[in-house]
Design a protein. Sequence first.
Lengths: 348, 446
Amino acid sequence: MVELWYAIVAVFLAAYAVLDGFDLGAGAVHLLVARTDAERRTVLGAIGPYWDGNEVFLLAAGGVLFVAFPAALAVGLSGFYLAIFLVLWTLVLRGIAIEFRSHVEDPLWRSGWDVVFSVASATLSILFGAALANLIRGVPLDAEGWFSLTLFTDFGIEEPVGILDWYTVLVGVFALATLMAHGGSFLAWKAAGVVEQRSRKLSVVLFGVVAALWPFVTWATHVANPTVFATFGERPLAWLGAAAALSGISAAFWGLRAGRGLVAFLGSCAFIAGILGATAAMMFPVLLRAIADPSRSITAPAVASTPGGLRVALAWFSVGAPLALAYFVTVFRLHRGKVPPPREGHGY
Amino acid sequence: MSDALLWHRLQFAFTIMYHYLFPQLTMGLALLIVIMKALALRGGDAAWDSAARFWIRVFGINFAVGVVTGIPMEFQFGTNWAAFSKFAGGVIGHTLAMEGLFAFFLESTFLGLLVWGEGRLSRRGHFRAALALFVGSWLSGYFIVATNAFMQHPVGHEIAADGSLRLADFWAFLLNPWAIAQYAHNMVAAVVTASFVVSAVGAYYALKGIHLEGARRFLGIGTLAGLASSVLVAFPTGDVQAKQVARHQPITLAAMEGRFESAEMAEIVLIGQPNVAARRLDNPIVVPGMLSFLAYGTFHREVVGLNAFPRQDWPDNIELLYYAFHIMVGLGTLFIALTAAAAFQQLRGRLASHRPLLWALMLAFPFPYIATAAGWMTAELGRQPWLVYGLLRTAAGASPNVHSGTVLFTLLGFCGLYTVLGLLFLFLVGREIAHGPAVDGGGARG
């Protein structure tokens, strides 16, 4: 049961990264691939039907973590206090930028919100990457099981650490490049015309950056936490994740070159889900790693809710999850095909 | 109270009260939009379609602000109230996660269809999207109220070996009687807010002599729904809620009424000032016996005063609690009077030319927001000094690892960000109101 809930939390976080990842990435490349108002409305129209539902995955992931491992949520969110509020405020600004932008027909108003949208999307991509890196590197859990991190110290990975150090910043940049390539692949699939062409070209370059950074990030991960890859040999799910990531990025390259936007996008999805899945499989059962003293690490079995509580949660989860999936299928079906050219007075 | 605890409480209070300005309108408006769409569908009346279209636009802006201000709420359980989350997460995590899975996905799917789907969907399909959004937003409300109800009146739990709470009886927890009473009261109050806002816009158009077709419909639906909901919010929902407080939180009832001495035939206070230091109510105007009757259904029942309880179990801000409660009740009474007068004139067909009433309706729309905020202040201040009633004190629930200066910093950050957000919101809604409902049905304007 504990393994299952660890997997559910990991799946929700990966689903959030893949789904909100494409609209964050589209936001991060927004100013690069779309220059005129019509082009920018194409980008916003492409993510418009999805971004809100995608963001629900963040709340749902937090929710399932809360149900299954309440102490991990409590310790993690309070320990990363300042970084969490940075994320929340950026999410607020980004949300209103998307929603308010097209309400007023004024070039200055719209350009202003486009910048907010794009900068906020890029910032969030970096922060989410850094957040993952913090979980891998570990946090200074004290004897009572709490920790508190400042934003940065000396950028080293030895104590005293901050939320940003050379490793977490590196992963943040890697996440930014990955999500930009991911968002670009999504636009290569959904957008038409010049936005599609620019997105395709840009994504090829960005996936090149990602492929170049990947071995380096893997090495850095080993330096930041030598125990991560120690379990790789005995975790078949981690092999599966690594294989998905490798074939995903190859498919993405091929799809972009061949002008097959959907293949590129799905490949990009597999790449992100594969990397995150492999990481989760290797980290299990650790939820929050203690940086100095491994015995203080917060593990899934130690902080899991009672078996009874988890069974009840599984019961409503097996009703709710298919429903949520059905809504998603409905939205993707209703908006299948390329985004129609924007009309003034309609949508984004 | 330590500084950090005060800032934690103020931050949560500020962010939740600000957030709830938006969902109370969207939840109430969701019902009114369903009614407007149903009227349009039945009578084939295009004016109801454009009325609905206008309110869907306002709804969309409101919803966006509700979403972005709602996300921080979920996370603050962990960031600011980590000890509470550790303690009660095994129980309240269920409703919070269910809200995401059952309500938010539904809402995010159908909002898009409602706002941008007219013309792409059939008329009936568009009506169904409105209905689905109504169901989603009202479900969402239930999960949140059920979470709060557990903090007010914990049921369905047991205490685990490590001292934290765990779920023992899911249905008892989900169908907490407190939740059902509070939900009914709260949702009807949301309809009051929406009705007043719809009437106010109608009154504004009528007074200015513009968009008269829309004005007539807004005033009609606004005053009738306003009267029905204003009555229901007092009786039976408010009454049931008060009886629950009397039964499960007698100390809270005493504090709400500024009552220090126990007595049978207890009087209800209309006006007065609680003087906590001297343990008495200054300058009261009262109605004898009414408190006993309203709280327990009989004049002879004793109402216990604060003096009967240990000082450390008193709510920690009795003055604010007392005033919040009396402001809510006072405003609620005025709502019934105003909507009764307006609905009477509406049914006689004279409201649109009754300028004093139109002025009153136009200026009245902020007051349901105030009454709702005061009602939630009554619930939350009345729960003090407990975070989970009788199980966990508020002082023990805050994050032990977050410094007071850090919390003050984020509180100030929210004040700044939300001021900007409020100005943008008013600007955009103001533009929609100035533009008005288009009679030609020219599709949704961005």
